[in-house]
Design a binder for this molecule. Structure first.
Ligand code: ASP
Ligand code: MG
Length: 411
């Protein structure tokens, strides 16, 4: 007997048949004596449909009204699920964000959960009901409906699990777990049994889309064990948990790639205080997120500055940079949106010297030129020509022994 929070993503509740299949499993689990809180996403494609409708009215719709609109996808699935359960003779109740008392700030479209008052949910559980909660939504201090950002139902599930001290938070999705890399690129990619919160956060920020990044951060802060697993099979998935000694034995846990960045360079900038600020300020004022930044000093008090931005912001960033370049007397602005970022991630890197060198060696053996490098304690990223992405991922995955059982892998 346990207190379980489960979350099902949009592809898991995409039609009534899928909802019925999940409901059957929930009924069995409840009959075994478990208490269940079930968080649902909107049906696959529904949130996009709503966003597109709003954009037909106005490309930049009013944020409050937008949240009121996009939250209805989840209202549909929770009520359908509760009805289905009741139809199967299992008492159940659907709760929207405000009814589950999920209190957020008022940042419409990307609200943060500030507090969850679990008393109503506990009361419903005591009555023997399965509690079905709408993911992705909450309520701000003025009782406006807010949403948490795309993929936000993961965070709802983790926040509820933390609030009720659940034994586990299970995230059901359309893949069987977290893999050493994208199985579409490397067919022998292996499912990880366990991964640490920090590794998962790095992988998520690098574009591995199994879990929404905020949910992992939240899980880490509240120490909520996450189990990522498939809706469509009973196999054990991947546990996302606190780091332990065993995890450090594996130097690299995963290889990730991201084709969604573009690179901009401004050359021969006068090397004096305030220049990096001048170059990057207009970019951040335009709400463009800069990822990597490199500054190279040349002779004669000149420097080059290179940075990356999301591909979708490339044109705007180029334009802003050209303006700044004129102002500060830089020689040239260069741009390249055919790049990708390939990264290796692993907590074991902290204690193993030479991992970066090994990565560079592997890429050079395959004649892949590195344009930029950045590192964190548990990650090394290289920017390369986009057309070598798959090759780089494959050879790195091999070189660090990721296709093999961890016990035999590279130490
Ligand atoms: N329905 C929302 C989205 O599509 C939230 C979620 O699915 O987690 O982003
Ligand atoms: Mg998701």
């Amino acid at each position: 007997m346990a207190l379980i929070v489960r979350k099902y993503g949009g592809s898991s509740v995409a039609d009534l048949e899928k909802i019925r299949n999940i409901a059957r499993k929930l009924v069995d689990l409840r009959r075994e004596g478990n208490d269940l809180i079930v968080v649902l996403s909107a049906m696959k494609g529904e949130t996009d449909r709503l966003i597109n409708l709003a954009k037909e009215i106005n490309p930049r719709p009013d944020p409050r009204e937008m949240d009121c609109l996009v939250s209805i996808g989840e209202q549909t699935t929770v009520s359908l699920m509760a009805m289905t359960l009741i139809g199967m003779g299992q008492d159940a109740v659907s709760l929207l964000g405000h009814q589950a008392r999920i209190l957020t700030d008022n940042a419409f479209g990307s609200a943060r959960i500030e507090n969850v008052d679990a008393s109503r949910m506990r009361d419903e559980l005591k009555k023997g009901r399965i509690v079905v909660v709408a993911g992705f939504q909450g309520i701000d201090p003025d009782e406006n409906i807010t949403t948490l950002g795309r993929g936000g139902s993961d965070t709802t599930a983790v926040a509820l699990a933390a609030a009720v001290s659940a034994d586990v938070c299970e995230i059901f999705t359309d893949v069987t777990g977290v893999f050493t890399t994208d199985p579409n690129v490397v067919p022998k990619a292996r499912k990880l049994d366990r991964i640490s919160y920090d590794e998962m956060m790095e992988m998520a920020s690098l574009g591995a889309k199994v879990l929404e990044i905020r949910s992992v951060e939240y899980a880490k802060n509240y120490n909520v064990p996450l189990h990522v697993r498939s809706t469509f099979s009973d196999e054990q998935g991947t546990m996302v948990v606190k780091e332990d000694k065993n995890m450090e034995k594996q130097v690299v846990s995963g290889v990730a790639y991201d084709k969604n960045e573009a690179r901009l360079t401004v050359t021969k900038v006068p090397d004096r205080p305030g220049i990096a600020y001048k170059i990057l300020k207009p970019i951040s004022d335009a709400n463009i997120v800069v990822d990597m930044i490199i500054q190279n000093t040349r002779a004669e008090d000149m420097t080059d500055i290179t940075f990356t931005v999301p591909k979708k912001d490339f044109q705007t960033a180029m334009h802003l940079l050209q303006e700044t370049a004129k102002e500060i007397g830089a020689t040239r602005v260069l741009g390249d949106d055919n790049i990708s970022k390939v990264s290796i991630v692993g907590v074991g890197m902290r204690n193993h010297p030479g991992v970066a060198t090994e990565m560079f060696g592997v890429l050079s053996q395959h004649n892949i030129n590195i344009m930029m490098i950045s590192t964190s304690e548990i990650k090394i990223s290289c920017v390369i020509d986009e057309k070598y992405t798959e090759l780089a991922v494959r050879v790195l995955h091999d070189a660090f022994g990721l296709g093999k059982d961890p016990k035999e892998a590279h130490q």
